[in-house]
Design a protein around this ligand. Structure first.
Ligand code: NAI
Length: 327
């Protein structure tokens, strides 16, 4: 079976080769899948893609025209796939629904600690032999109220960690999770979560309903100086509204692992380039903003699991079986 892997990095190639139990003829390409690059998959039986690859109707139609009827996502989120078009074209789409929710939950908590204790500033200061504590005053997570929007796999893993810190947990999710309730977390309305939370962390998928859910109206309802963390998908947040709220100190701390326009930036070394995205550049000017480049999933354990499940999905496809991870 020949599989073309788009948006491939050296670590993807290593992990897929190491952890795929079957004899797959991999073709690794660093390019993002889109209407221009789809042709590179000619001769393949399947494509393997990541979060910023373009699986719109036009691209899926091109793939089907090349005789490619399988898409293996090496991620959980699938907001970049036109599922209706895939169904119409007979293209089977498979994903990795859970590989290490703990990886994302630990990164989320790390962002909270970094911002609350100003690790990012302290790191630079001490390297400059500056041991002055002025400006580094933090706050305890213990006793704080954290609002979790989405209590699926990652939301629950985050709740477990924060419960250990002694936080009060408020949750919003149309589907209630008994494990979260057993930790003492309360399901509340979105308005109550906004009103009461010192820290708000997003763990829901990006859908037409959740697009820009953090907008001016939502921000107005939040506590002054709230900490907002987004390790889910960039477009959950209206970035312009968030910048306005940073300027008025409505938002006191912002941690982002995802960004609405990240496809043009993330997963690349642009250190010798000028970044034209002025909204992103503005975000980087705030001392209370911490940005990581879609890194929350990136642990050895998660990569190994992603590779194993991706290979299993492809194996099931070639055997005309269901892996259970079809969308
Ligand atoms: P999951 O499917 O287990 O849980 C998502 C939860 O969100 C579900 O319980 C669902 O009922 C709830 N939900 C849906 N719409 C909602 C809304 N409007 N408001 C509140 N809750 C809502 O997904 P999982 O594994 O926990 O992942 C969550 C998100 O994290 C993914 O959709 C993906 O976008 C993101 N992610 C980010 C990664 C990173 O590296 N930064 C890695 C993996 C996932």
């Amino acid at each position: 079976m020949k599989v073309t892997v788009f948006s491939s990095q050296a670590y993807d190639e290593k992990a897929l080769r190491q952890h795929s139990p079957i004899d797959i003829n991999w073709q690794f390409l660093p390019q993002k899948l889109d209407a221009l690059t789809a042709i590179a998959a000619k001769g393949s039986d399947a494509v393997c893609v990541f979060v910023n690859d373009d699986l719109s109707e036009a691209v899926l139609t091109q793939l089907a025209g090349l005789g490619i009827f399988a898409v293996a996502l090496r991620c959980a989120g699938f907001n970049n796939v036109d599922l209706q078009a895939a169904k119409k074209l007979g293209v089977r789409v498979m994903r990795v629904p859970a590989y290490s929710p703990q990886a994302v939950a630990e990164h989320t908590t790390g962002m909270m600690l970094c911002l609350s204790r100003k690790f990012h500033k302290a790191y630079n200061r001490t390297r400059d032999n500056n041991f002055d504590l002025n400006g580094l005053l933090g706050f305890n997570l213990y006793g704080k109220t954290v609002g979790l929007i989405g209590t699926g796999r990652i939301g629950v893993a985050t709740a477990r960690i924060l419960h250990g810190f002694g936080c009060t947990l408020l949750c919003v999710d149309p589907v209630k999770n008994d494990e979260v309730s057993a930790l003492g977390a309360r399901y509340v309305s979105l308005a109550e979560l906004y009103r009461q939370s010192d820290i708000i962390s997003l763990h829901c998928p990006l859908t037409p309903q959740s697009h820009h859910m953090i907008n001016d109206t939502a921000l107005q309802q939040m506590k002054d100086g709230v900490m907002l963390i987004n390790t889910s998908r960039g477009a959950l947040i209206d970035t312009k509204a968030v910048i306005a709220a940073l300027k008025t100190a409505k938002i006191g701390y912002l941690g982002l692992d995802v960004y609405e326009q990240e496809a043009d930036l993330f997963f690349k070394d642009l250190s010798d380039k000028v970044i034209a995205d002025e909204i992103f550049q503005r975000l980087l000017t705030f001392p209370n903003v911490l940005i990581t480049g879609h890194q929350a999933f990136f642990t050895e354990e998660a990569l190994a699991q992603i590779s194993r499940i991706t290979a299993d999905n492809l194996l099931a496809y070639t055997q005309n079986k269901k892996s259970g991870n079809e969308l």
